[in-house]
Design a protein around this ligand. Structure first.
Ligand code: FE2
Length: 429
């Protein structure tokens, strides 16, 4: 896999693009491929009224967990537990930082700088081996840890800087706290073992992966959220890092949610999307500026599941990325990888009126690429300019499970750094 990076610019003539919104509110498909067996038992209890459901559920959970713990041998994936990836402990109460290099300007605003990132809670279960093969957690799959640095002025004169960290209390965190019943790795490893892990996670927990909320933090409607792109965002309290719960926009969005939503210029609306392994593969939404309502939702009718990380906005348009980073169980079956970059398939960039639909997108065919992050997009007269970081391959999910991981990461990370210097160039389509 190559990994050269470059900055690109797409300039497209938008004269004559229909701006009239097709305003529809389609309901989202949120059904899971599997239902946890506990749910089925719950239904059986409602029908029969005689099954001691709690006892059966507890016995079943104990049985399945015992099976998992006997069928899998667990260990540590050192690749994701050292250096900059090494997890840290929660420190409890905020601590005052006394050792500060330099000086904080007095006109610097008071407030909090907050970030998140993956921080594995169960280091000893980041690898699982069984008769079917080995599965490993990827570095992006650690539980979300919030890190906050608070800047306050004592009586308006001296700076007081303090730090606090805390795990995001996502819906699945209690499962991980028990350790011996935690989620099995599901993205990276020998295909039969990945399949078994997906199946076991779903019958135990009703979902394939835990909610990590480890990728980005954003603010909307005077609230702050933390998110990872395969589940709903979680609202947090930035003063004490409490977790309030997930945000489904009053029940109107129950599917993946981009890690990088965008605030629309002028209106302050939040433009979101979610790419999923099941239909509809890509849905775009627009949330009101106050965060109370989903005012537009459109299935963009992608033909296959592709892992798209973000989108762009201009004054009138949404910028839709479509590149062949395919994912899902079918991909695992075809290529032995749950996420796979198809270097010979097409890439395109779509320009869509803010409240448009699949039919109102104008697509621009571009050189095959993978662009996880956009830098900016804007209108310039009749043109729409999109700038982003283009690579000719994908760093995710990493090396083939047959490859020496250490060597692969060594080669690809150093190549990336070199190419960033050499290959940065404007690119026009
Ligand atoms: Fe990102």
């Amino acid at each position: 896999m190559e990994s050269c990076a470059s900055v690109f610019t797409i300039k497209s003539n938008m004269r004559g693009v229909p701006a009239a919104p097709n305003f529809s509110m389609k309901s989202s498909s949120s059904s899971l491929s599997f239902k946890p067996i506990s749910k089925k038992l719950e239904k059986a209890e409602q029908v029969g009224k005689k099954i001691p459901f709690e006892s059966i559920k507890a016995a079943f959970a104990t049985l399945v967990n015992a099976f998992v713990n006997s069928a899998f041998k667990f260990g540590e994936n050192q690749m994701i537990l050292q250096g900059n990836f090494a997890p840290v402990d929660e420190i409890g109460e905020a601590v005052v930082i006394s050792n500060i290099e330099g000086q904080i300007p007095m006109n610097f605003p008071e407030g909090v700088y907050i970030r998140n990132g993956p921080n594995f809670m169960n280091k000893n279960r980041t690898v699982a081996k069984s008769l079917l093969g080995t599965v490993k957690m990827l570095w992006v799959q650690g539980e979300g840890m919030l890190h906050a640095t608070y800047f306050e002025k004592n009586q308006g004169r001296n700076w007081k800087v303090s730090y606090k960290n805390r795990y995001l209390e996502a819906d699945t965190i209690e499962i991980e706290k028990k350790n011996k019943s935690s989620f099995l790795p599901t993205i990276y490893g020998h295909p039969p073992a990945v399949l078994a892990s997906v199946f076991l996670n779903n019958i135990r927990f009703g979902k394939t992966n835990k909610d990590n909320g480890n990728t980005s933090i954003f603010q909307h409607g005077k609230k702050v959220y933390t998110v990872a792109e395969d589940h709903l965002p979680y609202e947090i309290n930035i003063a004490n890092l409490d977790t309030y719960g997930s945000w489904d926009i009053n029940g109107t969005w129950n599917r993946p949610f981009t890690s990088h939503p965008k605030v629309a210029p002028q209106t302050g609306e939040l433009v979101i999307m979610g790419s999923d392994v099941k239909k509809p593969y890509y849905v775009l939404g627009v949330i009101s500026a106050d965060g109370r309502k989903l005012i537009h939702k459109a299935d963009l009718k992608f033909e296959r599941p592709v892992l798209i990380h973000e989108l762009g906005v201009t004054e009138q348009y949404n910028i839709i990325m479509q590149y062949p980073l395919e994912f899902g169980m079918q991909k695992l079956w075809e290529t032995s990888k749950f996420i796979h970059f198809e270097k010979d398939k097409e890439s395109k960039i779509g320009v869509m009126p803010r409240y448009g639909d699949a039919e109102s997108i104008i697509w621009f065919q571009v050189q095959n690429h993978c662009t996880f992050h956009l830098i900016n997009s804007f209108e310039d007269g009749d043109e729409v300019v999109v700038r982003g970081c283009r690579t000719t391959g994908s760093f995710i999910p990493g090396p083939s499970y047959k490859t020496d991981e250490y060597q692969w990461y060594q080669e690809h990370t150093s190549t990336l750094a070199l190419n960033q210097k050499v290959l940065i160039r404007p690119w026009t389509a």
